[in-house]
Design a protein. Sequence first.
Length: 120
Amino acid sequence: MSIQLQMEQMPGYLAARFIGAGVVEEVLRQFELIAEHCKGAKNNKLLIDTTGVEAEISDVERFRLGERLEIFARCGIKVAFACKPEQIHPRRFAALLAQKRGVNVEIFTDSHDAEKWLLI
């Protein structure tokens, strides 16, 4: 099985949900497509939900995630990440790296908290 992307327009933001099992690279490859979709729909807020993904994430992949999130900064998109607790580095490494690259991003373990932050 591979990781699948489902996008849904919500009131005030785009939700990009990943489901399935696979490797983190499958998620990272979709960021450009998601950013293009946001630009085309004139969305400047994005919820990325990976709570439906079964995949191990290494520190190297966290670094690559932080780098790849930069595409959303270039497009002026605010990003809320909803993840399983075990997917988050204790120091929130990927988010910190992305923030240093100008990305307005936060990571949450609850999609409702992510949505609240996104919409403020």
